[in-house]
Write a protein that binds this ligand. Structure first.
Ligand code: FPP
Length: 250
């Protein structure tokens, strides 16, 4: 293949930064939001659930086709048992209260991560929510619960067929399957709230070319306008996917 063909191929493979986009959010800062107000950390998580509602409602109007929210990492099991129980209760309540509205608004719910360590009642609620919203096409809402990117990659790798070449696309499919996710594109934009700047074992494979956006806002304060600001920043960036743009190619 000629060098110019390679260049054209690379350009053709660039995903355009046009909707529908895949936005992933590390919803950080619930605990600090509560602590500075003299409240228990759980109060921050409860307010965080209201922010989830706001963002889910705004996302499809802002050109987001897939929204992945980091709700509970596999390392979060190490938190105090009361906080873990409160979070599990919140996830259950969210699914119980929001599923009908999501179904009515074309929002497909998928819970990604491990299921085997979740309680049977939550598992049943997850399956019911996924069934009831399966036809939604306005937004794929993926909620990550008991999720670890490194564990997911390891588990997907164990399913590879020995001696057979696997393409990136095939591996992406295997990975999605491993975490119980419907097929979806790689992440375009990763947002982390709460002022910290790290990935915390979230979507490490799927974020290979994601743009990163860090917000000082604590998650319970996150509004639709903050999502809009993150998307504005995203659209102002030049995504090159390792190649050079035509004008600079010479
Ligand atoms: C991180 O903040 C947040 C979590 C571990 C939980 C996220 C959960 C929610 C937003 C609740 C509702 C979610 C759904 C999907 C209904 P942190 O507690 O680590 O905050 P800190 O860094 O200030 O301590």
């Amino acid at each position: 293949m000629q060098e110019s063909d390679l260049h054209n191929l690379a350009l053709a493979q660039r995903q355009p930064s046009t909707p529908p986009l895949h936005v992933a959010i590390i919803m950080d800062g619930n605990g600090r939001w509560a602590t500075v107000r003299g409240l228990a950390r759980v109060a921050g998580h409860r307010r965080g659930a209201l922010a989830v509602r706001r963002v889910v409602e705004a996302a499809p109007k802002l050109g987001v086709g897939t929204l992945t929210l980091y709700a509970f990492s596999s390392d979060n099991w190490q938190r105090p048992p009361l906080e873990v129980a409160a979070l599990m209760h919140l996830f259950h309540e969210y699914l119980r209260k929001e599923t009908a509205e999501c179904a009515a608004n074309g929002i497909r719910i998928g819970v990604i991560g491990r299921r085997d360590r979740l309680g049977p009642i939550l598992r049943r609620e997850i399956e019911a929510a996924e069934r009831a919203t399966a036809r939604g096409r306005a937004l794929l809402l993926r909620i990550a619960v008991d999720y670890s990117a490194r564990d997911a990659i390891l588990r997907a790798a164990r399913r590879l067929k020995p001696g057979r070449e696997t393409t990136r696309e095939e591996f992406s499919g295997l990975l999605a399957n491993t975490i119980h996710s419907p097929a979806c594109p790689d992440v375009d934009l990763l947002i982390r709230t709460g002022g910290e700047q790290r990935l915390s074992d979230f979507l490490l494979w799927e974020c290979a070319y994601a743009e990163l956006y860090f917000s000082q806002r604590m998650w319970p304060d996150f509004e639709a306008a903050d999502l809009q600001a993150a998307l504005d920043a995203f659209h102002s960036r030049e995504r090159r996917f390792g190649t050079v743009l035509e004008a600079a190619a010479g």
